[in-house]
Design a protein around this ligand. Structure first.
Ligand SMILES: Nc1ncnc2c1ncn2[C@@H]1O[C@H](COP(=O)(O)OP(=O)(O)OP(=O)(O)O)[C@@H](O)[C@H]1O
Length: 276
């Protein structure tokens, strides 16, 4: 186990008392959680939040709320150093199907995204930089149908980074990928979070080992019980289900999966998910 030196600065994502009901049925309840800008000496260190919970508990609903795509029944989401109320387009959201326009080349797909934030010349420059960075330059003129699953995933992440302000949500980025592609996506996430200190990636995943190994913070969405032991309707992220992996000495290690403390922690998380 290696503990790294780190410190925290300003909040860059705040979930303030979020509750959500659909037709009177509570799905999410009183969610309060925050991501702070983490700093490490001589490094650009971004943030990775692993976001877990049983199937159907409300992870996608909370992601859509964090991305400003739906409004919660109550509460607010604040993003960035300025802690502005989130609006659609501020947060990148890479959904499971990696939607790209089929009738545009990869370059043009990324250009459409970049032009939402930059002028024409600057947008082209940024697209070229991201293609290079993500190893996609030789595929720039291909249409999405000709790209492999891993290439589409990389393209979708690049696309969201080009048009959002530092924060991106990845919904199940490892599902349906082979081991080589999982390694590739892991490399991209590390690349993204070391490009800029403010870059923050929230990963929704059922792959606890891969995600926990990348994360410096975990959120577990689950149900609480009242004094009589009955489940309280609406899932929440309770204080004891917000884990700080940096504090636990489990963040930013290569091959952390091989450490016994890591394996024990993943077992603990599995038990907590089963119980929640
Ligand atoms: N627009 C909606 N109207 C009514 N109910 C909804 C709506 N969107 C989601 N739900 C309900 O909210 C609950 C949570 O769904 P959600 O998709 O967020 O789960 P999840 O945790 O992402 O699940 P999974 O891990 O299986 O993807 C489900 O019961 C779902 O039916």
């Amino acid at each position: 186990m290696t503990a790294h030196t780190y410190a925290y600065k300003d909040p860059i994502l705040t979930l303030n008392n979020i509750s959500m009901s659909f037709q009177g049925e509570p799905i999410l309840r009183d969610i309060n959680a925050q991501v702070l800008d983490v700093t490490r000496p001589n490094m650009k260190q971004g943030q990775v939040v692993g976001f877990y919970g049983r199937s159907g508990i409300g992870k996608s609903v909370l992601c859509r709320i964090m991305a400003g795509l739906i409004r919660p029944s109550s509460g607010t989401v604040e993003v960035g150093q300025a802690q502005q109320a989130v609006l659609p387009g501020m947060v990148g959201f890479v959904q499971q199907r990696y939607p790209l326009f089929d009738h545009r080349t990869l370059f043009d797909n990324l250009l459409v995204a970049a032009q939402r934030k930059y002028g024409p010349a600057e947008a082209r420059q940024h697209v070229s930089t991201y293609l290079e960075r993500f190893g996609l330059t030789t595929h720039a003129r291909k249409y999405p149908a000709l790209l492999s699953g891993g290439q589409r995933q990389r393209a979708a992440i690049a696309q969201q980074l080009l048009c959002s302000d530092h924060l991106i949500l990845l919904d199940e980025p490892f599902s349906g990928l082979d081991v080589a592609m999982i390694d590739e996506v892991k490399r991209i996430i590390v690349e993204v979070t070391t490009m800029d200190e403010l870059n923050t990636v929230v990963i929704v995943s059922h792959d606890l080992v891969t995600t926990t190994a990348l994360a410096d913070r975990l959120w577990l969405l689950g149900y609480e019980r009242d004094a009589a032991g009955a489940l309280v309707p609406g899932a929440t992220i309770s204080a004891q289900h917000q884990y700080n992996l940096a504090e636990m000495g489990l963040a930013w290690h290569q091959n952390v999966e091989a450490e016994p403390e890591f394996a024990q922690f993943v077992e603990h998380i599995k038990d907590e998910i089963r119980r929640s």
